[in-house]
Design a protein around this ligand. Sequence first.
Ligand code: IDP
Ligand code: MG
Length: 150
Amino acid sequence: MASKETTLIIVKPDGVQRGLIGNIISKFENRGLTLVGLKLEVVTKKLAENHYGEHKGKPFYNGLIKYITSGPVVLMAVQGENAVMACRKICGATNPIDAELGTIRGDYALTVSFNIVHSSDSVKSGKAEVKRFFATKELSKYNKIDSSWV
Ligand code: IDP
Ligand code: MG
């Protein structure tokens, strides 16, 4: 059954540097999802280590922390029916070479080290990750005019 969910999307530093912010936001808007939080900032090392804690000890961990803190990112809280799975699918497989064309990673990236976007992997992590990056006052509760059509 469909249910309204909130999930965290990050346009990683490579997506920002390559001028892809607008194209990426459009993918989520065009699908009918609602942006309830949006900001550009540099993620601190502490927050990055918190966010990627599950990967600590893996060979790519240090590089991952360096990458995600290397420049401004765009943080987005995205809401909608089945938003978590819809956003994961819009982003495509973790390794862009396995990602389908039409997905963000399939269209814009070539290597797993620079894969453009983050998308929460479950309803539980969606909730926790939005809370990690956004204060309650930074989130807008509203109904889009087209919400009864999607
Ligand atoms: P996800 O972002 O699709 O959820 P995860 O397995 O949770 O993928 O990995 C988190 C992030 O760590 C990836 O998006 C990517 O930036 C990075 N990463 C994962 N595996 C590798 C790797 O083998 N080499 C380099 N970076 C990796
Ligand atoms: Mg993940």
